[in-house]
Design a protein around this ligand. Structure first.
Ligand SMILES: [Zn+2]
Length: 127
């Protein structure tokens, strides 16, 4: 099992919300822009993915919200809510970014800022 880590919402919540605003995502993690090229990077559930990162909003189905019957599984894939591919950093949250989160690595605030800067760049430069 991997070690449990968590980001302070107090410290990382605002920069992450700023990142979502900048790339035209709602504060749930859903793309709200109108760019057709960007829309092609969304899957059937509206989850975003490019070569550098992916964002999957919290799934509100009964199973993911802990109300499912025993053995029931979510039809959506098991992707993390946020995945930064170059360092394989994975972040999950409960309902809203980055509430009740857990992640697979300890990172510094500077690494976090570099990561969302790189994501922003790839988001707009992707072709
Ligand atoms: Zn679900």
């Amino acid at each position: 099992m991997s070690e449990y880590h968590s980001l302070s919402r107090e410290l990382y919540g605002e920069p992450f919300a700023m990142f979502l605003d900048y790339i035209n995502f709602s504060h749930y993690g859903q793309y709200e822009g109108k760019d057709e090229g960007i829309k092609k990077r969304l899957d059937e559930y509206g989850d975003y993915e490019d070569d550098v990162f992916s964002i999957k909003p919290f799934c509100w189905c009964e199973v993911c919200d802990g109300e499912g019957k025993e053995g029931e599984t979510c039809p959506r894939n098991g992707k993390p809510n946020f995945h930064y591919k170059p360092t394989d950093f994975k972040l999950n949250w409960y309902k809203y970014p980055i509430r009740g989160n857990d992640c697979n690595k300890d990172i510094t605030p500077i690494e976090f800022l570099e990561m969302i800067t790189d994501c922003s760049r790839s988001f707009f430069d992707f072709d």
